[in-house]
Design a protein around this ligand. Structure first.
Ligand code: BES
Ligand code: MN
Ligand code: ZN
Length: 496
């Protein structure tokens, strides 16, 4: 992964492939127009033959274009000029990268970042080019027996800027984009690993390995007996049905001013969720290996923060466990005592995420957080409510809400706010304990957030339900690395 910023005459750029944008109907983008002139109108002449209209992500490769130093030209459709937005921009970049990577082209020079859609700027287009590139060339083959030799994939994507004075901005976008991409790749790898490899212990080892990379990062892993001493009865109850010991991972990164209150990120690290005694149906149950993606996003954001050496105090907390049926497992009706002292009647053992998170959220108090944000693949109901595009944001803190929504918009990794009104709280009433772990059939993402809110009274707090965004299903099955971009945006913003 390598990105150099180039500027100056396009005709004389030596590159295996020059990537140019084309809008409908056959309207050359600015850089493409310049190249067309340099080639004596060759591009327009080819386009007149009608092979490419400019539809988003359609491509046409041209060889032997006269008057240019490049080996070939790739024309990429960007859609209708008037409708050009971030989505079509990413699709166009993605199409170019995929084509070249599959073809085995080693390097290319991309002019698409100069086409800045409404609401974006050059920093954003360059950064998106980097993260889109990384997304397209990402391969997960750790668990393949037969390792296909990677045949010379696209190793280098240079970025062309029209004004030399934009080089600094573009370079910053490359640096930050690269760090974010590394964080995303870590989160994807962890998500994609199966439950028999990516266990709570594996997550802990990953955190410990991160700690070895930086003197500013202190990693601590609490074992079952430590959690027992503390009184994490809710978390421990979830782990009862599992042969894998639970781990409670904390990562303290001190990059900021001494004494400055840290931002704390908490991630659900449920390495496999079979539902427990309230067993899930078997269809697509394999996807519950992704139930640790909240935890993976904490590790991913931490990785990006380390890469960028951000001047910020950041704590990552990952309660990690499996949720399996067993003779020793939680049973419906069981009552457990959480670290906060509040008791919980477990009416459904499949609502386990909130049980491991509530103890983690209470534990966070000791960090005297500036704010706590938790990420969790918490409810199927959130996917029903919002689909698979935004994650659900729940908070009663207006400032934090505005910050997170803005970060999601800026990063192109969006959140959508959901209500967290007290009207829903009574659904958690229990006849036998301080609360039940489930509400009614309706608004399940909201009652889950209401449950967590009872453990977060001592600091500003927001919850992101990432069940719809953390992975893709079907042919594209795999972790997305979301919401590492959103989180890193917050870290960058808080770094000033
Ligand atoms: N990890 C699941 C949530 C989930 C399910 C995410 C399917 C994505 C796809 C969580 O632990 C869970 O099982 N939640 C239950 C809660 C219910 C029992 C109140 C759910 O959503 O069905
Ligand atoms: Mn569950
Ligand atoms: Zn779960």
């Amino acid at each position: 992964m390598e990105f150099k910023i180039k500027s100056g005459d396009l005709a004389t750029q030596k590159t295996p492939c020059l990537i140019l944008g084309l809008f409908e109907k056959r309207k050359l983008s600015g850089p493409a127009e310049t190249v067309d002139e340099a080639s004596g109108g060759h591009l327009s002449e080819v386009l007149r033959k009608g092979d490419l209209d400019g539809e988003t992500a359609r491509t046409l490769m041209l060889y032997g274009v006269p008057g240019l130093a490049c080996e070939r030209v790739l024309l990429v459709g960007c859609g209708k000029g008037k409708e050009f937005d971030r989505r079509s921009y990413r699709k166009a970049v993605g199409a170019a990268v995929s084509l070249l990577d599959k073809a085995g082209t080693r390097a290319a020079l991309c002019t698409l970042p100069e086409l800045v859609p409404e609401g974006m700027d050059l920093y954003r287009t360059v950064r998106d080019a980097v993260t889109t590139y990384a997304d397209k060339v990402y391969r997960f083959d750790q668990t393949k027996g037969e390792k296909k030799p990677t045949r010379s994939p696209l190793k280098r994507l240079d970025v062309w800027v029209s004004k030399k004075e934009d080089t600094k901005t573009a370079q910053q976008a490359v640096d930050q984009g690269t760090a974010i991409a590394q964080g995303i790749a870590l989160a994807k790898d962890l998500g994609n690993l199966p439950g028999n490899i990516c266990t709570p212990g594996y997550l802990a080892d990953t955190a410990i390995a991160l700690g070895k990379d930086s003197a500013k990062l202190r990693v601590e892993v609490l074992e079952k007996k430590d959690m027992e001493k503390l009184g994490m009865g809710a978390l421990l109850s979830v782990a009862r049905g599992s042969r894998q010991p639970p781990k409670f991972i904390t990562m303290e990164y001190r990059g900021g001013k001494e004494g400055a209150k840290p931002l704390v990120l908490v991630g659900k690290g449920l390495t496999f969720d079979a539902g427990g005694i309230s067993l899930k149906p078997s269809a697509e149950m394999d996807e519950m290996k992704f139930d640790m993606c909240g935890g993976a996003s904490v590790l991913g954001a931490m990785k990006a923060a380390l890469e960028l050496k951000l001047p910020i105090n950041l704590v990552g907390v990952i309660p990690a466990s499996e949720n399996l049926p067993d003779g020793n497992a939680n049973k419906p009706g069981d009552i457990v005592t959480s670290l906060s002292g509040q008791t919980i009647e477990i009416l459904n053992t499949d609502a386990e995420g909130r049980l491991i998170l509530c103890d983690a959220l209470t534990y966070c108090e000791r960090f005297e957080p500036a704010a706590v944000i938790d990420m969790a693949t918490l409810t199927g109901a959130c996917v029903v409510a919002l689909g698979k595009h935004p994650c659900g944001l729940f908070t009663q803190d207006e400032k934090l809400a505005a910050e997170i929504l803005a970060a999601g918009d800026a990063a192109g990794d969006r959140a959508w706010r959901m209500p967290l009104w007290d009207d829903y709280q009574e659904e958690l009433d229990s006849n036998f304990a301080d609360m039940a772990n489930i509400g009614s059939r309706w608004g399940g993402a909201i009652t889950a957030a209401c449950f967590l809110s009872r453990y977060t009274k001592k600091y500003p707090w927001a919850h992101l339900d990432i069940a719809g965004v953390a992975w893709l299903s079907g042919k594209e099955k795999g972790a997305t690395g979301r919401p590492v971009s959103l989180l890193t945006e917050i870290l960058l913003e808080r770094s000033g």
